[in-house]
Design a protein around this ligand. Sequence first.
Ligand code: GLN
Ligand code: ZN
Length: 763
Amino acid sequence: MGATAYGYPRQGPDRQLKKAVESYWAGRTSEEALLATAAELRAGNRRELRAAGLAEIPTGDFSLYDHVLDMAWALGAVPERHRAAGLGELDTYFAMARGTAEVAPLEMTKWFDTNYHYLVPELSPDSVFTADSRRQVAELTEARREGATARPVLLGPVSFLLLAKPGPDAPADFEPLTLLDRLLPAYASLLADLRAAGAEWVQLDEPVLVQDQPRAVLSATGRAYRDLCAATDRPKLLVASYFDALGEALPVLAQSPVEGLAMDFTGPAAGNLEALAGIGGLPGRRLVAGVIDGRNIWAADLEKALATLATLLGLAGRLDVAPSCSLLHVPLDAAAERELDPQVQRWLSFARQKTAEVALLARALTEGRDAVAPQLAAARAALASRAGSALTRDTAVRERCAAVGEADTRRPQPYAERAAAQRARLGLPPLPTTTIGSFPQTGELRAARAGLRSGRLTEEAYRERIATEIREVIAFQEKAGLDVLVHGEPERNDMVQFFAERLNGFLATRHGWVQSYGTRYVRPPILAGDVSRPAPMTLDWTGYAQSLTDRPVKGMLTGPVTMLSWSFVRDDQPLAETARQVALALRDEVADLEAAGTSVIQVDEPALRELLPLRQAARAGYLEWATEAFRLATSGVRADTQIHTHMCYAEFGEVLAGIEALDADVISLEAARSRMGIADELAAAGYPREVGPGVYDIHSPRVPTTEEMAELLRHALRAVPAERLWINPDCGLKTRGREEVEAALGNMVAAARLVRESLPLGG
Ligand code: GLN
Ligand code: ZN
């Protein structure tokens, strides 16, 4: 019985890795210096994990950029365009991650339902794999030289293939899984090298197995592990899964000859316990039990974890304790949050605290609970203090939530009536033009925000800077001829943080950085308590912007699901309940905006798809509460107040029913990159309301021409009738440059005019 982990935050206590990598990119640091910093950070992590009492530590989990990219590299899956760039090894690696002036990087996408993004390997029918074990062997050797018991962690073969996509030269319907037989020898070679370097165990992560998989994938999994286990020169294999239950994949793995499984027993994966008992456990084999939630930040209920472990003891030959997944997804150290109330600080558990929790559980199991009685008592006290705190229970909020009825979540008038009232009030031309909300966040603006934080700039001077920005943005939009204007969001650093800072119930951290991708780190707010709105949040700047123009200026809010998705959420009540509280606070803001004369209010839900449960069976239930929360936030308005929403990703298939259930009057969507595929999809699904499929891809600095956007519009018009079609970019313009945005929006308005002229009269 021992404690272990699958991975640890990579960046270092002061985000040293980010700084070192970025300075290497900028040419200020040599390759040697970068690699030396990385080695120091790894050594630091090992010291920490061993000092905390982990019996076996992970290696190979560290990465200069991303662990999926590292796996592609270790298998020689380097696309031809990156190989041909003629760069050294490290620069080729970074070219895959970020591209160069000449070649595009690998695509990036979300790692399951976390906020981490990985690089998508590109494969084709003629991909060949060549094992390169140098990095894994070196990191294992570093650890072993210190006397540590270490277990290399690699992404497993089935997950590697399923997370990959067809490369640019492969047929679009090419399935990377067909490469399995060619891939397995490369894995066997990596495993043999690690065995030769002294690894007793190697962990292969197969998180794709917690998603619904067709029979073909399950049988490929069985085949892969039979095949890998057939080798004689190999380490023992521990197959790890996390984020949900193994379901049908559990018997497949249990029947394979692998020596151990690492499974998640937290949150939605709790069902693993019963399933494991149901198959009679893993007699004679090793089970690593993920009983501490590795992706949220709350101090654990250790008693509950001990009870789970007690059941598991009888179900495996050897039992170890671990966090449920890599600790990559949580910040490093809750003790660094000295500005939090010490009481509240004790509720939190970041990577360091979670490591201590698993070590403590292992001790309780080996030495008996008496050996750790004081720590268990302290943990109980922390839980009790959280449960009884005024922050987590606000009676007024709870009463209001409990009183919400069906009628509060529906607009009183049918859509047709609303549409007519809005048409009469707004008087917009056909094919109205608008933008998604943010305008370019100029260096000046960022400097002003930093100045305000450091005290170099007074509050008054900062506000003057924002006001000037809004005046410019409004003047530009009027001149360009846009129909529904925005204030540009210059006062918002981040669309979630801005509201989290203004709502009760959210906590902010100072050092709570979590890797989003590569060198980009975010500091998610912590949704810790009952949510309420002490004062209006957006009325001032929206009102100011509206005072400058006769055209409608959109109110701009972030929706409840997105607020949850980009925060750490409370684990002591259902997410649906938390979403409802946020929704009620937003409902008040919507009402205030309406009372102040705002005729168009946009509530962004770009993260609606992100919280979608990994298993199909849980999705309908999720969409029900998620869309109900949106409607609760937006349905208190009059018929002639127009509710907009926005989402920004190309694949809507899975949430199409959800989009419909939002009952927003207008929805703007990303579409330019998929050549309006979404417009066709929505039309095919019979979507009844107004839509603005983006005609301008804001992810690229390129300025689209008028003709190009007009062509996309004509395409959209074949799917959506003119009276329900809006013209807008794909997403906010925050990351773009001023000049390119002005040129692109100019062309967009011109495209709208061009196409309007071709509409039948009265259209
Ligand atoms: N209103 C936000 C903006 O324009 C929307 C951002 C988003 O969709 N992610 O920046
Ligand atoms: Zn967007």
